[in-house]
Design a protein around this ligand. Structure first.
Ligand SMILES: CC(=O)N[C@H](C=O)[C@@H](O)[C@H](O)[C@H](O)COP(=O)(O)O
Length: 510
């Protein structure tokens, strides 16, 4: 045969799962005939007996291989000269072999020579462009992408279309092979320049194809069951200064989530448009949307309280714009208030009135009083006046930003996390800074207790939950008489508090 005989064609690899119920010559020839009847032009067949059986059953070109598991080499496909001889004898037209640059019993040059000596065509199964280069130099007639993704590391999901295009710069005789599982992927391989496309598992490994469908359907049923048990699903969104989280939330449980960076300069219209796009795959799965944002939300309008965190036009009509973009009802809340509600209903609050404090780069919070979340400015504890001479906001003398600035004053270039690490190791200067911050939070907790008398104060945020911080706050509170003291508990929902809380608020806002 000529190389052109298989140009622009589909080749079906008929390799049953070894040892499986279809691992017999009868199925191999059955698949081969069915494939040819449906338009395939050639076959790829493994083992000498199956090549011989197919040769008797069909006239189409056959790529023959032998697979072996060797103890002293990772090479599996047609490693020996004797394999080449036997495949030629059995009636293969093209003989394929592993052409990777690994420890091997026989050099590629010798295999090519043996194939040619039998007047057959040689196909080099490659893992990368360099393999193809060497194989062509050795005289291979075709190069295949067969072994891309199979020479170490985790197995990729998609076919290596880029490698097809790269190989095409070396020769027109590129055969695309490996993980081509849909007609769209096969067409992409052809468009990338392959002269022929091999499809195996997706056509002839019934066990694999069945397991793909089985998995997809099981996941879908599991999601449906979760929804029945948990109740309606809401899209919760938490837009922060550096990243935005979107999640499908049902009954306080996050079913699926994703995190995308917040393109700070792009502005709120662009953030909403890109969120609608990145969550479009979920569109049929929720009926309402809750959005939590940093800053002040009043009557559906969003304003920045600290433009350094996220700059937004004053009074931006968040609810109106988001409803238009998503085409679904939307409600919006401040992010710390939403987190307070999440902790109250599903986290550390356990349904008892709480004040939530998040101590992080800055300080925020939320108040649940008589089972109701206070909105507007309520809970912006970081902005209350501190005790310093200039009456600067409390967060300026307490938060993560302040901790880092104090470290610098003490002569250490360290962020808040470093300062905590060094405090834990017993470095006195770091311990003093952390302790000062904790003592100010303890004073805040005492004042909160006097004003609102919550059942618990729930502490969250990267500083609030850092090892040892809560204990230090408790130690400072220990100086207060017991009835005036607070029950301090650590937040439980971590990074999901905002989306869980706002999703629940959206569900009950209807
Ligand atoms: C890596 C390796 O050993 N590949 C083997 C080569 O013959 C076969 O197991 C594959 O089924 C064949 O390459 C077709 O690929 P897919 O079944 O993904 O369409």
């Amino acid at each position: 045969m000529q190389r052109e005989d298989i140009a622009n064609s589909l080749i079906v690899s008929c390799q049953p799962v070894p040892g499986g119920p279809m691992d017999s010559a009868q199925f191999v020839t059955g698949f081969a005939k069915a494939a040819l009847e449906a338009g395939a032009k050639a076959l790829r067949i493994e083992s000498v007996p199956y090549v011989a059986a197919a040769r008797l059953a069909v006239r189409a070109p056959i790529i023959g291989i032998v697979k072996r598991d060797l103890s002293d080499s990772p090479v599996r496909i047609t490693p020996y000269l004797a394999d080449v001889e036997a495949l030629a004898e059995a009636g293969a037209d093209i003989i394929a072999f592993d052409a990777t640059d690994r420890v091997r019993p026989v050099p590629v040059e010798a295999l090519v020579k043996a194939v040619k000596a039998r007047n057959k065509l040689a196909m080099a199964d490659c893992s990368c462009l360099d393999d193809a280069r060497r194989a062509l130099a050795a005289g291979a007639d075709f190069v295949g992408t067969t072994l891309s993704g199979y020479v170490g590391g985790p197995e990729p999901e998609d076919p290596d279309i880029a490698l097809i295009a790269q190989m095409r710069t070396l020769t027109p005789y590129v055969i695309a092979e490996g993980r081509i599982r849909s007609p769209e992927q096969a067409a992409a391989a052809a468009r990338a320049g392959a002269c022929a496309v091999v499809v195996g598992s997706a056509i002839t490994r019934t066990e694999h194809v069945t397991s793909w469908f089985h998995q997809a359907i099981s996941d879908a049923y599991a999601a449906r069951r979760a929804q029945t048990v948990l109740g309606p699903t809401v899209l919760g969104i938490d837009i922060g200064g550096t990243k935005t989280m979107a999640a499908l939330v049902s009954g306080g449980t996050v079913i699926e989530d994703m995190i995308v960076p917040t393109a700070r300069e792009a502005g709120p219209d662009a953030w909403l448009a890109s969120l609608a796009q990145s969550t479009s795959a979920w569109s049929g799965r929720f009926r309402r949307i809750g959005i939590a944002v940093t800053g002040l939300v009043e009557d559906g309008r969003w304003s920045a309280l600290n433009p350094a965190t996220l700059g937004i036009p004053d009074g931006y009509p968040l609810v109106e714009r988001a409803s238009a973009v998503f085409g679904k009802p939307v409600c919006a809340f401040n992010d710390a208030q939403a987190a307070a509600w999440g902790e109250y209903k599903f986290g550390a609050g356990q349904g008892r009135d709480i004040v939530f404090l998040t101590i992080s780069t800055g300080i925020g919070g939320g108040i649940v009083c008589n089972g109701r979340l206070l909105s507007g400015l309520a809970g912006h504890f970081g902005l209350i006046r501190g005790l310093s001479e200039d009456r600067a906001p409390l967060e300026d003398s307490t938060s993560g930003r302040w901790i880092a600035s104090q470290a610098l004053k003490a002569g250490f270039k360290a962020d808040a996390a470093d300062v905590f690490g060094r405090a834990l190791k017993g470095e006195a200067w770091a311990g003093a800074i952390v302790s000062q911050s904790a003592s100010r939070v303890a004073t805040l907790c005492r004042d909160i207790q006097m004003m609102l008398d919550p059942k618990s104060i729930v502490i969250g945020g990267s500083i609030g939950l850092a090892e040892g911080y809560l204990d230090r706050v408790r130690a400072h509170l220990g100086e207060v008489p017991p009835r005036l003291s607070s029950d301090l508990v650590a937040a439980k929902l971590a990074g999901h508090a905002g989306v869980i809380g706002v999703a629940d608020l959206a569900e009950w806002a209807k």
